[in-house]
Design a protein around this ligand. Structure first.
Ligand code: GAL
Length: 407
């Protein structure tokens, strides 16, 4: 090589090296541009999750068409953790013989894999968590090929908050925020080396208006409430608590009203449909939590309704607002990219059945004149006029997409 070419080669190599961290930072910043979609082990399997179950879930996500519908993350929740070795490195327990091999398997299906820990000494289920080992754990996750971390507050409350700042709520909250900042930084440093970003999911039940500070520290989603349960009342309570949070969600950072219970417990078909539609309106992460190998066809049809998923994944990323209620019927709307609008009319009453119609007031939604749209559950084109009567059975929903609303 001539002297000049050598200098040029050296300069190009140097520029590439300098650009690497920037590229990785960009990758980190571009995860979760739409709400994460996938499946999580907790809601149905809880502590019964194991390597075999995660592989089966990955297989099912592909074979049921869920992957084609947009479900990507296969998330292991609590109870995978084993002991730490003498140097503090976390190991898996006997349910997960080889986490790297499991991650490779999930990746081989074109999917991504998530894991779970917390800032305290113990997770909620009493397994080792990350306190004092944040950098080591982040490195382990990055080394295994993990793509997503759910970080659950739990024992950090008694371990650190109540111990270090007894009776001082404000100081306790500062400690909590610092703990999330610490793991976020550890993840960024660890993924700098691998170039594989890790989505950060905060699970601290919405304390201290998490939506106000989580995006700045690199949180991609944050739970806004306590745990969901497969009962209508739980779903309704959680959905109601999302009103007022719309401005905090957007590409890369989402309010998380908790994982889906679609197909779990004794939820009726209408309740499953409403739960799924409501989460889509809320631009919520869509993390199914059901028994995938034994999924009923009607549950699969709900979870893979591409029109409803398109509302959730709308690139504009604007969460729905509760526009008005009339008795026990609620009306929510969500703006869509390209000037469209999604309208959800929900009968939240347990006793109001469809013996008499609800009359939709389009003017309250800022719409004037006849509107043409698509009913996303029947798949049919619909025309809507001000004052139209809508028959809705208890806990059921009308979900309509209007691409060219007349304002
Ligand atoms: C809870 C969390 C649940 C689940 C559980 C595991 O705190 O909200 O979603 O992760 O811990 O122990």
């Amino acid at each position: 090589m001539k002297q000049n070419s050598r200098v040029a080669f050296f300069l190009v190599a140097l520029l590439c090296l300098l650009a690497l961290p920037a590229t990785n930072a960009l990758a980190q910043a571009t995860v979760a541009q739409t709400p994460p979609m996938g499946w999580n082990s907790w809601n149905y399997f809880a502590s019964k999750v194991d390597d075999k179950g995660i592989r089966a879930a990955a297989d099912q996500i592909v074979s049921t068409g869920m992957k084609d519908a947009g479900y990507v993350y296969v998330n292991i929740d609590d109870t995978w953790e084993g002991e730490r070795d003498a140097s503090g490195v976390i190991h898996t327990n006997s349910k997960f013989p080889d986490m790297k091999a499991l991650a490779d398997y999930v990746h081989s299906k074109g999917l991504k894999i998530g894991i779970y820990s917390g800032p305290g000494t113990k997770t909620c289920a009493g397994y080792p968590a990350s306190l004092g080992h944040e950098e080591q754990d982040a490195k382990s996750y990055a080394g295994w090929g993990i793509d997503y971390l759910k970080y659950d507050l739990c024992s950090f409350i008694p371990d650190v908050m109540e111990k270090q700042a007894p009776n001082d709520k404000a100081a306790q909250m500062k400690l909590m925020i610092a703990a999330y900042e610490k793991m976020s930084k550890a993840l960024k440093d660890a993924t700098q080396q691998t170039g594989r970003p890790i989505v950060l999911s905060l699970c601290q039940y919405g304390w201290d208006s998490v939506w106000e500070w989580a995006p700045a520290l690199g949180g991609n989603l944050w739970r806004t409430t306590g745990d969901i349960e497969p009962r209508w009342q739980s779903i309704y309570d959680i959905a109601s608590q999302q009103a007022g949070l719309a401005d905090y969600a957007g590409p890369g950072h989402w309010n998380d009203p908790d994982m889906l219970e679609v197909g779990n417990g004794k939820l009726s078909l209408a309740e499953n449909r409403t739960h799924f539609s409501w989460w889509a309106m809320l631009a919520a992460p869509l993390l199914a939590g059901n028994d995938l190998p034994n999924m009923k066809p009607e549950v699969k049809a709900i979870l893979t309704n591409k029109d409803v998923i398109a509302i959730d994944q709308d690139p504009l990323g604007k969460q729905a607002r509760h526009v008005y209620s009339d008795g026990e019927v609620e009306v929510w709307t969500r703006p869509l990219q390209g000037g469209g609008m999604a309208i959800a009319v929900i009968n939240v009453g347990s006793d109001r059945v469809s013996t008499h119609p609800f009359h939709l007031n389009l003017e309250k939604l800022g719409l004037h004149g006849e509107q043409s749209g698509k009913d996303l559950w029947t798949g049919k084109e619909v025309t809507m006029k001000n004052g139209d009567g809508i028959e809705l059975p208890s806990h059921d929903i009308l979900l309509v997409r209007i691409d060219q609303p007349k304002m």
